[in-house]
Ligand binder design. Structure first.
Ligand code: GLC
Ligand code: CA
Length: 586
């Protein structure tokens, strides 16, 4: 028999990370905006839940054109969130409790209000001119000024904005208030290494790196082949995702900064479904990052549009597709040290219980617990987005477009209104899609208790609170041993107690079942058997009769009422009720 593979251990592999979206977490001073002191006030809660590391979405100075992913000063806190002193205080609170703090590093682009960009746009001869990507216009046959190429911005029309003053265009892969930095310029890279050291020296424990795979654009910035014939501007990720010099840049970052410290690093790597295009960032032999976020699973319910998936449009998904993605990544190059990040929600995606479970009153808690089992029983570093531990769901279809605050949502809505495609556009369809898929769904305030605005603020919240908070909130769930919150807390402890859940091999035993995802995890002498029912109907799942299943003990069941604690030797059948999930250990 071949020796079973045992991955190397690391603190950041075993950690449970909790992602905080600061503006919607907790408001300490009644201005309707969550803040650093608000996070500080909830540290005991997070510690008690079993969290090891907090990741904060950006809290730097920003005009909030893209909710802080547009930074105007990397070395200061936006006054809406607090001060550098508040950050220091938060960090001490985190460290005192034995937790760690990760910052969001957003360096593909800055805000157009960053001093670097103000200088860059001031004149063609400014020393910072080349810090951004400037190009002269093109002219069409009628002599009309056109952008330098046909690339489409991820969030709006052309990826280029014309600047009257110097009569050139600058590139912005996201909105025009987010100009892309020119990573070809070594001074830009040095400036980034410096700002990373600024936060490391202040005590931060690692970074989540925003769209890190977009830093290197293809040479010459050519027109991209047309894949969406009705449109002028074309999806262009083949020319800007995982570009020619990307590994040069990330290796340089590792060499000059990361390698000098013991940090946790995770790169966000959208527009990439192939593991072979992402393993370069992750494989230890490459000396780049600890892990990445791939979005293949998050795209399972998004239709293809050109080379993109259209994230705000919904398509039906099947368990077969879902399972295939999970299984493939769980097994990918384990023996070479590829390490996964496990997540099912973040600030860019709608709520998991709505997308992958069933958020009706009858099934909400059950399916949220089943999804919790899916998360805690995969190999990789585990990420929980705020509110996942309460089974928060999307807000209702009755909310109008005015409740959606995200610029990506607003631009999408506007554009569809204008899209003349030979057919009248049905706006009510768009709201159906947004109700399921918009990023806003994950950005409403956290539901702390049943008081006004869910206890999030004593003032007027910046975004409307989901109407179900009176019954669905943390305070209520803390009192209930059977709540989703209690379940997560218990499940996180079990994950820590059973290393096989973190480090074990992953082997799919679902046998193409239409509604069951079942797998075995193995680490040395220990095994875990996980069975998950993804639908409402009861069923009997039959394990392979040639294997020996004796000795497996139930350690976690989503119904919480199990007496059948061993798989009977006499039968290899497991009865599963609607959305039931179970974990057995041997
Ligand atoms: C990342 C962020 C997202 C942001 C985008 C542009 O995808 O997660 O929120 O809009 O980058 O910075
Ligand atoms: Ca506040």
């Amino acid at each position: 028999m071949p020796t079973p593979f045992i991955p190397s251990r690391a603190w950041w592999k075993e950690a449970t990370i909790y992602q905080i979206y600061p503006i919607s977490f907790f408001d300490s001073n009644g201005d309707g905006i969550g803040d650093l002191n608000g996070i500080h006030a909830k540290l005991d809660y997070l510690k008690d839940l079993g969290v090891d590391i907090l990741w904060l979405s950006p809290i730097y100075r920003s005009p909030l054109a893209d909710m802080g992913y547009d930074i105007s000063d990397y070395r200061d806190i936006d006054p809406r969130y607090g001060t550098l002193a508040d950050w220091d205080n938060l960090l001490s609170g985190v460290h005192e409790r034995g937790m760690k703090l990760m910052m969001d590093l957003v360096v593909n682009h800055t805000s157009d209000e960053h001093q670097w960009f103000l200088d860059s746009r001031s004149s063609k001869s400014d020393p910072k001119r080349d810090w951004y990507i400037w190009r002269p216009p093109r002219y069409d046959n009628d002599g009309n000024r056109q952008p330098p190429n046909n690339w489409r911005s991820v969030f709006q029309g052309s990826a280029w904005e014309y600047d009257e003053k110097t009569e050139e265009y600058y590139l912005h892969l996201y909105v025009s208030k987010q100009p892309d930095l020119n990573w070809e310029n070594a001074d830009v890279r040095d400036a980034v290494w410096d700002l990373m050291r600024f936060w490391i020296d202040r005590g931060c424990d690692g970074f989540r790196m925003d769209v890190i795979n977009l830093l290197s654009k293809v040479e010459g910035l050519p027109d991209v082949p047309i894949t969406v014939p009705d449109e002028v501007y074309q999806p262009a990720s083949i020319y800007f995702a995982n570009g020619p010099k990307i590994h040069e840049y990330v290796k340089e970052m590792n060499k000059k900064v990361l390698s000098k410290y013991d940090l946790i690093t995770v790169g966000e790597t959208p527009f990439t479904h192939k593991a072979s295009e992402l393993d370069g960032y992750v494989l230890p032999s490459n000396n780049e990052l600890n892990m990445v976020f791939h979005f293949e699973l998050m795209d399972v319910d998004s239709p293809e549009e050109g080379q993109y998936r259209s994230p705000l449009k919904q398509k039906d998904w099947t368990l077969a597709e879902f399972r295939e993605i999970v299984v493939r990544w769980q097994n990918y190059k384990r023996e070479e040290g590829f390490w996964n990040s496990v997540f099912i929600e973040n600030h860019d995606h709608a709520r998991a219980v709505t997308r992958f479970g069933d958020d009706s009153e009858e099934w909400r808690a059950k399916s949220a617990k089943m999804l919790a089992i899916l998360e805690i029983s995969q190999s990789g570093t585990l990420y929980i987005y705020q509110g996942l531990e309460l089974g928060l769901r999307n807000f209702p279809r009755t909310w109008g477009i005015e409740e959606y605050k995200d610029i990506a949502t607003q631009n999408y809505y506007e554009k569809k209104e204008l899209l003349i495609d030979g057919e009248a556009v049905d706006m009510s369809d768009i709201l159906d899609d947004l109700q399921r898929k918009a990023r806003d769904q994950a950005r409403v305030p956290m539901q702390w208790d049943s008081s006004a605005h869910a206890g999030f603020t004593s003032g007027e919240p910046w975004m409307r609170v989901n109407g179900d908070y009176q019954t669905w909130n943390l305070a209520a769930q803390l009192k209930d041993n059977n709540s989703i919150h209690s379940f997560w807390k218990h499940a996180l402890k079990l994950r820590k107690a059973h290393e096989v859940l973190i480090y074990g091999d992953f082997s799919d035993i679902s046998n193409n079942h239409e509604q069951v995802f079942a797998y075995i995890r193995t680490l040395e002498n220990s095994s875990a058997l996980v069975v998950l029912n993804f639908k409402k109907t009861d069923l009997t799942f039959s394990l392979d009769s040639k294997s020996d299943w004796t000795g497996f003990r139930l350690i976690l069941g989503s119904y919480g009422d199990d007496e059948r604690d061993e798989i009977k030797v006499s039968s290899n059948d497991i009865r599963l009720r609607g959305f039931e999930g179970r974990v057995y250990i041997r």
